[in-house]
Design a protein. Structure first.
Length: 444
């Protein structure tokens, strides 16, 4: 029976090519060219909106990731693609990833303000610092800046960006034809920033956007990542393998936000889940097994070796992880993902082949095979037991996995009173129940 729950679940659709499973493109039904086909993404966006999901999200890195010979890996720039999706939808939020290490605040703030205008207040920014030397080498550097320095730059980047977005008062534009005054110039402010990484005079050349500025999303889980999220993020995506880890991450992040004087409710935490959905559990497991059979083990081993910072020859497919792996403090890339993978391998005593299979579905995100009711049950359990405010849905195969989630799992969550049956607001912040940010220049 329908029961009204005081808290509402938040759901984000993480869209990636023809699915999050690395072998999804090899299934008979998958279109190997879909990852650059705007029609494929329009279809996915409409499916997600049909399910009344809060938002959809595109990951990104300014680098050719992986071996292009082995999987569809080239990808369209997210803010460009989301601009097209804004025209194909009317309510769902649109979250793009962009790097603070390889952009300048003025360009990026302008791009997100524009997306927020074009979409009528539905833009979100997944703020990443970008791990890896490969990306650095596309920007005139020999190696990636240190982890700590990347987060320091990210913090200053955010400070500058919010000043740019606030550089126009909400009421600056008056459009007074009689007086010949388009905007009250006293209501447009210089940004006046000079810091360690940036000097930006401002103002921005885009007036304040419907949401004030895009929803700020973050996805790093290291110490620096958590501190950054606690200070700036309004939503956090995270990879958590077990309920216990998810709960401890949730509690830690909420208490960090509280310690900074923030309302912990103003920061929504969404762990990822890769749901393989079947009419029976056996059917869901068969879908997982089918995908697993299509993994190219030698290629996957190389990818794993790169993540673990070891030579591929150090890993044997049918042996457990070697003892002499680096430790997290030696990792300058994605620290928390490194630790998650090593702990998963060691905790469950997986061989490299088994670990590869577990990572194939979601690169470290929790995979879950089950019926629609079982998927709804696990979501409800995490949500009601203080481990999540919602979920980042990462279908292993697209579009079929998103269709299954929207048409079979969402109705169960709605019936249980956990999820909206229709949109009540217009902006992305409305969907997440978050306030529109005040303008720092006009609120004394
Ligand atoms: C759901 C999710 C999506 C992510 N998307 C991206 C992305 O698009 N680009 C990127 O560079 N990093 C992405 N990351 C990685 C994080 O931004 C971060 O680099 C990683 O979690 C390691 O952070 P840490 O070094 O603070 O632990 C994502 C992480 C998660 C959990």
């Amino acid at each position: 029976m329908t029961q009204q729950n005081p808290r509402r679940l938040h759901l984000n659709a993480f869209l990636m090519s023809v699915g999050h499973h690395e072998a999804a493109w090899r299934l008979p039904q998958s279109d190997p060219l879909a990852h650059t086909d705007v029609e494929h993404y329009r279809n996915l966006a409409r499916i997600a909106e049909r399910g009344k999901l809060d938002s959809l999200f595109l990951a990104d890195s300014p680098v050719q990731f992986g071996d292009p010979g082995r999987r569809p890996s080239g990808q369209l720039e997210p803010t460009v693609l989301l601009t097209a999706l804004a025209g194909a939808t009317s309510r769902i939020g649109l979250i793009a990833t962009a790097s603070t290490s390889y952009n300048e605040p003025y360009n990026l703030a302008r791009r997100f303000a524009s997306l927020d205008h074009v979409s009528g207040g539905r833009a979100g920014w997944n703020i990443v610092t970008t791990a890896g030397a490969d990306a650095a080498r596309n920007f005139g550097l020999d190696d990636s800046p240190l982890h700590r320095d990347r987060y320091e730059r990210a913090a200053e980047f955010l400070e500058v960006s919010t000043r740019l977005w606030d550089s126009w008062a909400d009421d600056a534009i008056v459009g007074d034809k009689e007086r010949g005054v388009h905007a009250e110039s006293g209501r447009v402010f210089a940004t006046g920033h000079a810091g360690k990484y940036f000097r930006v005079d401002g103002p921005l050349n885009v007036p304040r956007s419907p949401q004030g500025y895009p929803l700020l999303v973050q996805a790093g889980s290291s110490e620096s990542g958590r501190d950054f999220a606690a200070r700036y993020a309004e939503a956090v995506f995270t990879a958590q393998q077990t309920f216990e880890e998810g709960k401890s991450f949730y509690e830690d992040l909420k208490s960090r936000a509280k310690a900074l004087g923030r309302d912990p409710e103003g920061l929504k935490i969404l762990p990822g889940i890769v749901p393989a959905i079947g009419a029976t559990r056996a059917e869901a497991l068969e879908l997982e097994a089918e995908l697993e059979r299509l993994i190219l083990p030698e290629y996957a081993k190389q990818q794993l070796a790169a993540l673990l910072r070891v030579a591929p020859e150090q890993l044997e497919l049918d042996a457990e992880l070697p003892d002499d792996l680096p430790t997290e403090d030696e990792i300058e890339g994605a620290k928390s993902r490194f630790t998650l993978i090593v702990e998963l391998g060691r905790r469950e005593r997986l061989t490299v082949r088994q670990l590869i299979a577990r990572l194939g579905g979601g690169r470290g995100h929790r995979t879950f095979a089950g019926t629609p009711v079982q998927v709804a049950d696990t979501i409800q359990h995490w949500f009601e037991s203080g481990a999540a405010d919602g979920f980042n849905i990462m279908p292993p195969v697209l579009p079929s996995g998103l269709e299954a989630f929207v048409d079979q799992v969402v109705p169960i969550l709605q019936e249980r009173g956990l999820f909206r049956t229709d949109y009540t607001g217009r902006t992305l912040r409305d969907h997440y129940g978050l306030p529109r940010p005040q303008n720092q220049f006009t609120t004394a």
